[in-house]
Design a protein around this ligand. Sequence first.
Ligand code: PMP
Length: 417
Amino acid sequence: MWELQCLQIEKDSMIDITKIRNDFPILSREVYGKPLVYLDNAATTQKPKCVVDKIEQMYYTLNANIHRGVHFLSQQATDEHEAARVTIQKFIGAKSSDEIVFTRGATESINLIASTYCRAFCQPGDEIIVSAMEHHSNIVPWQLQEEISGVKLRVIPINDAGELLIEEFKKLINPRTKLVSVTHISNALGTVNDIEEIIRIAHENNVPVLIDAAQSVQHVALDVQKLDCDFLVFSAHKAYGPTGIGILYGKEEWLNKLPPYHGGGEMIASVSFEKTTFNVLPFKFEAGTPDFVGSTSMAAALDYISDIGLDNIAAYEDELLAYATEQLLTIDGLKIYGTAANKCSVVSFLVKDIHHYDMGMLLDKMGIAVRTGHHCTQPLMDRLKVDGTVRASFSFYNTKEEIDQLVAGIERVASMF
Ligand code: PMP
């Protein structure tokens, strides 16, 4: 029966699940003597062979420091690194590759904007709007700026389903609002926010918008020009790429107006003790030796998901989410946190009064990897009046059979309490 359903999904959504799972060697390993069921994709995704092959190829055949070398290896590595930037530009539909800044990840990208934007454009008492469902990485950098620049955080509230209250958002905007910084998809609830509407409202009031796409770039096709967002950030490791690298997209006119963030090599035009001048975009924001292994293997990951097709990925993952939601709700006493009308790839839940940590630990012993705790969204957990949840998050390499195993595992744990 399951095989039939899976084939049906495969047929409808063009996902070749057997081939895809073969691309991810880790998926065939066992933990505690049981087949691994990896449902922690919102924390990080597994890596296909082509990404690891690219890392190996770079170190074995192309390892040389880039941009400054005149020798063959350095120039070839530079070409690959800059070609990766163009791949990423095209992947998110940016106008120019100068708008693609390599950072260490979504967190560093947000810190970069918080620090440079507040330094350049904010006065004490100015306001930054975030939402109640933000990851700590889109809260704490702004709180640091509360101390440094005197800005104040304002928070868009949510309803009990975990949806942003757009009317409340409108009321928060005022002449002191300097930036809106919101997540596209909630890592804790799976809510897909209506960022088109948020951007439209903010722009009507001449306020720029930063989109945290850490949980969306791997699930839905994005086009920053159509969206018209001013900044967008994401991490490679959540999109099947390597850890330690990510992207800050910024409209050229904004990036040109912002001061540098880190100082060092690469980001300068000339240095003297009297006066230092800075490099052009995007290098102005890329101090130090660039992570050319990270950039090129990240591009390999984005090419991989582009080949599968983001529309195919979205359709398949939506089907998995619908199936998981339906099956989980058959479990006595299970409550889902986050019931927004528009959701993606994440189910957060608790079962009766079983602690999320106990549930996670016991599922782990059955080979099922889920996340437990506050998911770096403590203010959201406070709003939901829980100290944490169990979170299962899905990728296009997961199957309905794995969801059945999750459901059976939860039932087994529930029967122990
Ligand atoms: N934003 C969201 C919505 C996230 O889920 C995460 C990671 N969990 C981040 C930002 C931060 O990403 P990273 O730790 O890769 O910098």
